[in-house]
Structure formats: structure tokens, C-alpha cells
Design a protein. Structure first.
Lengths: 506, 125
């Protein structure tokens, strides 16, 4: 037991989770009343966002911050620990949740909303904040399950047949993935006798490398499924287009990114030996994901399913950083995930606007939307260009870092990944601009001229996200510096370990 | 003892994989339940098996005396059981609703979200 209690200022590590859970519980209570639940949810999320900004600034300035529960000393108590990567992702996650809540408030007609919507959104936010900020692997598993049950509710809520079909596929495969994660945890505990991340980072090098590689492979399979990497990605195009657009935007922005975060954390920071053994496999997975996913996007005609394939392609890009664990490679992967949280949410929000304005979900039956609503078409084009990594936008910088890392790698892996990254950018660009051409530029198939419609306030949330992408792309100093700090923290976790209160003399 | 448990985990895993490869929702659900139990047993075994020595701190001492059963895996398993049960309950209701709405429990025939023989992509640009 420790006599030292955590200073009040350090509580910002757990506050995002506490606020989100309390908010979810509070919003459950007045469910049948006429209170403006959406407004309350926005207030809670704004508070979480502000807290995450403080946390990020603190961690970026002073290094990792940790807190251990229940007056137990670190390896025994459950630690919460934020480094630059976790804090930045938590901030991005809270920000897109806020934007989506705003979209729900202004863009969706009231009345037919399911009662449990807002508590579930806050529960999802609690899950992702917990996953990004926890310093304990078993606790990470618990947050994964919190996220999973919330996303089940969001996907199935409303209970249309297509949503039930989507949730069956999403549910079974994701629950299988978390069970595999639990299996890896059990084996890791058996070998190391600890589940505290900082403690694992200390004791992993002493364990048998072959056993560690096996556990690393299980982590790769489990988190790869959560992240929708190539051979285990099938749940994503089967499910993301089923719920209302605002909710698919939320899920696309948050869920897969947590999988990538967990991969970066476990394989780079905790089990670097296992990552080295698995490197060829990771590179092959990254390349296959990068090349096949945009082809799926080109072949798909359903707008939101096509965007789903673009989300998968982005996972391949993030995984390429996992295969190139240099400073530039990891900074690129971190920055890419941060960018993808914003961009993929923006893409789905704009897709929702396009669906609402045309009343169609299939891109072949849309058309001429540029004449009807020019602002929406510009938002979509910018989001597509950002997703494929065209220079003025945020998506360009992580790709540049990754290409640098690939060029710096002398082996075959580097060359293959550079080629795959470039081909992926080209294919994503083709897929995205084809969608844009069919929905906005080309005439409608029946040559009817659509009446000029205005998305009105509903386009504001998407515009906020797109503006963030453009501004961060034009002034990339802060994001790139933060990504570099995150990468150094992953490569040498000594500061992280010290912040948790372990390490000292090895 | 460990070997017997490890073999049991293996049998559970094999049964779970066999059931999960089925196309019927209920069989897949049973597969997930068996898989959950396989993993729980695995955590239990990985935490070392110590028979009949409860981890109770004697009066006056601050730590339990040397050979004692590891309480942590049991706490982990308890959490995993609770979570697994909640997930199983949700998926069971979901499978029931999906069977009603889609009028099939064959995952191969559930093609509403992913229509079979989808349309060809447009050839224009």
C-alpha cells in the first residue's frame, strides 16, 4: 500500500472515463421525460473534450502521467497512464463524438430517436477513452468489451432487419476477437506474472522469445480483427452501412482505430521482440490491406460501403508503420490514426448528407448533386482528397513520414511498403474521385435536374471536421511534433515506465 | 495436473472452433460459449494450479504464508465470466431477433446487408 495519494491535478487521467460513465448513467435516468437529452450529452462530451485538451497539453509538455487505483503500488493496482499517443487519440475521439452529437442535434429529425441512443454514445466514449488511457492490459480488455456492448446497441438500435443482419456479423466476429485477446492475456500472465503495461515492458525481454512471439501473434490476430486488417476485415463492410449515417460515422471514427492503438501499444512498446519476429507477417498484412481495400472501394456501388473499404485501406497504412518501427514510421502511423479518426468520421457524415439530399444509398442512382448543393460536394471532395493523402490536407503528412521511413529501411520490406503506399494512394484517389464524379458531377441517370436543396445546419458538423483537417494540414507543426513525441515514447518507454512508478534500477 | 488441464483446454478449443465453423447461429453461439470457457480454463491453468491452499492472510501477518493459491487469475476469470455472460445474453437475443426478421438462422442466407451477386460497378467515370 502506498501512503501517497494522487494529487488532484493528476486526476485528469481518469476524468474522461469517469465523466463519460457518470453522464451515461445520468442520461439513463430521465429517459422517458421530455428533457433535451442531446443537449446534456453535448455538455458532458464538451467537458470531456476540454479535459482531454488539458491532459494532452500536460502530457505533451511534461511527459507521461499515471495514476494507480486504490492505494496499491503500481504493478499490483490498476494503473491509468497517458502518454502523448493515448492522450492525442482520446482527444480526437472525444472531439468527433462531440461533432457527431452536434450532427444528431441539428441534422436528424427528432421524434423517432431510440431512447437509449445518448447513454450508448457516452458509454462508447467511456470505452474508447478508457482503452486509450489505461495502463493495464486486462483493464484494456474490459474497455474493449465496454466499447463492444455500446457499439452493439448503436448498430442494432432501431431493429431494422438490415441492422440486425449487420449486428450478427459484427457481433460474432468482434466478440471472437476480444476472446482471442483474453486468451493472449492469460498466456502472457502465465509467462510474466503481470498485466501492468509498464511492468510487462520491463519483464518481457527476459521471457522466452518463442513463447513471446506466439503471444504476439495472438495479439496481432485479435487486434487485427478489431482493426479490420485484410484477411479478417469482413465484418466491417458487412456492418458499417446499416445504422443511420451519424452512427456509422461515430463507429468508423473510433472502433478500428482502437485496434490499431492496441497493436502499436502491445507490439511496439511492450513486446518489441515479438514484433521483430512477426515483422514479415505484419508487412504482408499491411501491403495486402493497402492494395485490396481500395479495389473493394472501386468495385462497390453502395456509397457508405465503399467508404467502409476506404477505412480498411487506412488501417493498412497505419499497419505499415508497425512494420517500419523507426522514429518516422511510428510517428507516421500515430499521425495517420489521428487523421483517420477525423477524416473517416467526416467522410461518413458527408455521405449521410448526400444520402439525405438524394434519398438514395446507391451511388449509381445519385447524381447531379453539385448543382443541387455545392458546399456538400466541396466537403466530400476535400474529405476524399485528405483520405488519399493529397498535399494540402492533414492526410499528406503521415504518408510523407511513412514514405521517409520506408525509404530509410534498406531491406526489401521498405521498398515493398513504399510501393504499396504509393499504389494505395493512387487507388484510393481513383475510388474517391469516382464516387465524387458519380454522385456530384455526373448527371442523374434519368437526366432529371435535381432541385437546389440546402443541407442547411446539417452540413456544419462535417464542415467543422473538414476545416480541422485543412487547418491541421496547412499548419502541421503541432501534429507532427506530437506524433514524433508519441513515436519516441513508443520506441523507448522508459519515461512511461518511470511515470507509472516502476523501473528505477533494472 | 497442468497437462490434464492443458489437454482439456485443447479439447474445449477444438469443440469451439468446430461449432464456430458451422453456419447455424445457435451452434455458433454455443461455440462462443465453449470458447469463453476454454479461455477461462486457460487463464486458470496459466496462473499455476495450487490445490487446497486458500490465499488468506493469517492473523497478525501482512502476507499469506508461502504456498498459496494465486487469487489474481480467479479475479480475472470472474470478470471474464461476467462480461462473457453479458455478451452471450445479448448475442442470444440478437440471434433470436435476427431469425425472426430474416426468417433464417443460416448465416449463409443472411444477405440483407451484403446483397448476393451485387451489381457491377459503373463503367463510366
Amino acid at each position: 500500500m502506498t501512503a501517497l495519494s494522487t494529487p488532484i491535478a493528476d486526476w485528469i487521467v481518469v476524468l474522461p472515463v469517469v465523466l463519460a460513465l457518470l453522464g451515461a448513467a445520468l442520461l439513463l435516468m430521465p429517459m422517458r421525460s421530455r428533457l433535451p437529452l442531446g443537449g446534456l450529452a453535448i455538455l458532458v462530451t464538451a467537458a470531456i473534450c476540454a479535459n482531454d485538451v488539458l491532459l494532452f497539453m500536460r502530457v505533451f509538455a511534461d511527459g507521461p502521467l499515471a495514476m494507480t487505483m486504490g492505494k496499491w503500488l503500481p504493478p499490483f493496482g490498476i494503473s491509468f497512464s497517458a502518454d502523448v499517443m493515448g492522450a492525442a487519440f482520446a482527444l480526437a475521439g472525444a472531439f468527433v463524438t462531440l461533432v457527431v452529437l452536434f450532427y444528431l442535434a441539428v441534422g436528424e429529425p427528432r421524434g423517432d430517436r431510440e431512447q437509449g441512443l445518448y447513454p450508448l454514445i457516452l458509454l462508447l466514449l467511456a470505452g474508447i477513452s478508457g482503452a486509450f488511457l489505461t495502463g493495464d492490459l486486462f483493464n484494456l480488455y474490459v474497455w474493449f468489451e465496454v466499447m463492444l456492448i455500446a457499439s452493439f446497441g448503436l448498430l442494432a438500435g432501431g431493429g431494422r432487419a438490415i441492422q440486425l443482419d449487420a449486428t450478427v456479423k459484427y457481433g460474432f466476429l468482434n466478440f471472437l476477437a476480444t476472446t482471442l485477446f483474453l486468451m493472449a492475456l492469460g498466456l502472457l500472465y502465465g509467462l510474466l506474472g503481470t498485466l501492468n503495461m509498464a511492468d510487462i515492458a520491463l519483464s518481457a525481454p527476459k521471457a522466452a522469445p518463442a513463447a513471446m512471439a506466439g503471444i504476439g501473434a495472438l495479439f496481432l490476430l485479435a487486434f487485427g480483427t478489431k482493426a479490420a486488417a485484410f484477411p479478417v476485415n469482413t465484418w466491417l463492410p458487412a456492418s458499417y452501412h446499416a445504422p443511420p449515417a451519424a452512427l456509422s460515422a461515430l463507429l468508423a471514427g473510433l472502433l478500428t482505430k482502437v485496434g490499431v492503438y492496441a497493436l502499436l501499444r502491445t507490439l511496439v512498446a511492450l513486446l518489441p521482440g515479438a514484433r521483430e519476429t512477426l515483422e514479415p507477417a505484419i508487412a504482408v498484412i499491411a501491403i495486402a490491406t493497402m492494395l485490396l481495400a481500395p479495389l473493394g472501394a472501386i468495385a462497390e456501388t453502395n456509397l457508405r460501403r465503399a467508404i467502409g473499404f476506404m477505412v480498411i485501406g487506412g488501417i493498412g497504412i497505419a499497419l505499415s508503420g508497425l512494420a517500419l518501427p523507426s522514429q518516422a514510421g511510428l510517428a507516421g502511423a500515430t499521425l495517420y490514426v489521428f487523421h483517420a479518426i477525423l477524416t473517416m468520421t467526416a467522410l461518413y457524415l458527408v455521405a449521410g448528407l448526400a444520402e439525405k439530399l438524394t434519398g438514395e444509398t446507391d451511388s449509381r442512382r445519385m447524381g447531379g448533386l453539385y448543382a443541387a448543393s455545392a458546399p456538400v460536394s466541396i466537403l466530400f471532395l476535400v474529405a476524399v482528397l485528405a483520405a488519399s493523402g493529397v498535399p494540402p490536407f492533414l492526410g499528406f503528412w503521415p504518408k510523407l513520414l511513412l514514405l521517409q521511413a520506408g525509404a530509410g529501411n534498406a531491406g526489401l520490406v521498405g521498398i515493398a511498403l513504399v510501393v504499396a503506399l504509393l499504389v494505395n494512394a493512387l487507388l484510393t484517389l481513383i475510388a474517391g474521385t469516382r464516387l465524387w464524379a458519380h454522385i456530384f458531377w455526373r448527371q442523374k441517370p434519368d437526366r432529371a435536374v435535381p432541385p437546389a436543396v440546402s443541407a442547411g445546419l446539417a452540413s456544419v458538423p462535417a464542415a467543422i471536421l473538414v476545416a480541422a483537417i485543412v487547418l491541421a494540414g496547412l499548419w502541421p507543426d503541432l501534429p507532427v511534433a506530437a506524433a514524433n513525441a508519441a513515436a519516441s515514447g513508443l520506441i523507448d518507454p522508459a519515461q512511461y515506465i518511470a511515470a507509472v512508478g516502476l523501473g528505477g534500477a533494472p | 495436473m497442468e497437462i490434464a488441464f492443458a489437454a482439456l483446454v485443447g479439447v474445449f478449443l477444438a469443440v469451439a472452433v468446430f461449432l464456430l465453423l458451422s453456419r447455424t447461429l445457435i451452434r455458433m453461439l454455443l461455440g462462443l460459449a465453449v470458447l469463453g470457457n476454454a479461455v477461462n480454463l486457460l487463464i486458470f491453468t496459466a496462473g499455476r494450479l495450487t490445490r487446497a491452499v486458500p490465499p488468506i492472510v493469517p492473523e497478525g501477518a501482512t502476507v499469506p504464508s508461502a504456498p498459496f493459491a494465486n487469487p489474481l487469475p480467479q479475479a480475472l476469470i470472474l470478470t471474464a465470466i461476467v462480461i462473457g455472460f453479458a455478451m452471450f445474453a445479448f448475442l442470444l437475443v440478437l440471434a433470436w431477433r435476427a431469425c425472426q426478421a430474416l426468417e433464417t438462422d443460416d448465416t449463409g442466407a443472411m444477405r440483407l446487408a451484403e446483397p448476393e451477386g451485387g451489381p457491377h460497378p459503373p463503367l463510366s467515370y
